[in-house]
Design a protein around this ligand. Structure first.
Ligand SMILES: [Zn+2]
Length: 208
């Protein structure tokens, strides 16, 4: 479906044009140059094997002058199981439209995650976990992700576990605080933590 869309895609941004014309073929290059991705087709083109899943759907009711207005709010995760993932929300009157908006939002939020093995119990060099402890927060929710040994699995709440697996991380520990039952906050705290794997410069950056 994404390939079909990209064939009909007429880019609106210069970055989109460069991607469509094949002048830019690497997402990492786009991130390194600090471009802001404004078209989901850029992601469709550069990550054709991107997977997606709906994490949460909520009916949001709001009292307005015209009466009660209800809309669906969807939360979607996208990822390639290989170090790239995004998280997005979308609101609409219909569930389907809310999911579509959330999917576009998730694609525009795609971010790289640094994987590695920072587990003292393991010490291998494969990127099955994360390289060091990272922390993320959203609202009252805070989450810590810690490197884990091979074979551990992802030890985290259901939503965090799903998101972490979309990144391609197989083993890690987690600790969370605050109202982790609020799915969007828990999800965005996890997103924040995973994104932070690129904010810290680790000593391994200077090795080999
Ligand atoms: Zn390891």
């Amino acid at each position: 479906m994404s390939r079909f869309n990209s064939q009909e895609w007429i880019p609106r941004t210069s970055l989109g044009k460069m991607v469509l014309e094949g002048q830019l073929t690497s997402l990492i290059e786009i991130f390194n140059q600090g471009y802001k991705i404004q078209e989901p087709e850029i992601i469709d083109t550069l990550i054709p094997d991107l997977q997606q899943e709906v994490l949460d759907i909520n009916l949001v009711q709001k009292q307005t002058d015209a009466g009660e207005k209800s809309r669906f709010k969807a939360l979607v995760v996208v990822g390639n199981y290989d170090g790239l993932f995004g998280l997005g929300v979308g609101k609409a009157k219909q569930v389907r439209a809310a999911i579509q908006k959330a999917t576009v939002d998730a694609k525009l939020n795609v971010t790289p995650v640094k994987r590695g093995c920072g587990s003292w119990e393991c010490g291998c060099r494969d990127p099955h976990s994360i390289p060091f402890l990272v922390v993320g927060k959203c609202g009252s929710v805070r989450i810590q992700l810690l490197p884990g040994p091979r074979g551990l699995g992802v030890v985290a709440g259901e939503v965090a576990k799903k998101i972490i697996s979309f990144v391609g991380i197989k083993d890690c520990w987690s600790k969370s605080y605050g109202s982790t039952r609020t799915v969007p906050s828990f999800a965005f705290a996890t997103y924040d933590a995973l994104k932070n794997t690129y904010r810290i410069v680790s000593p391994t950056d200077w090795q080999g």
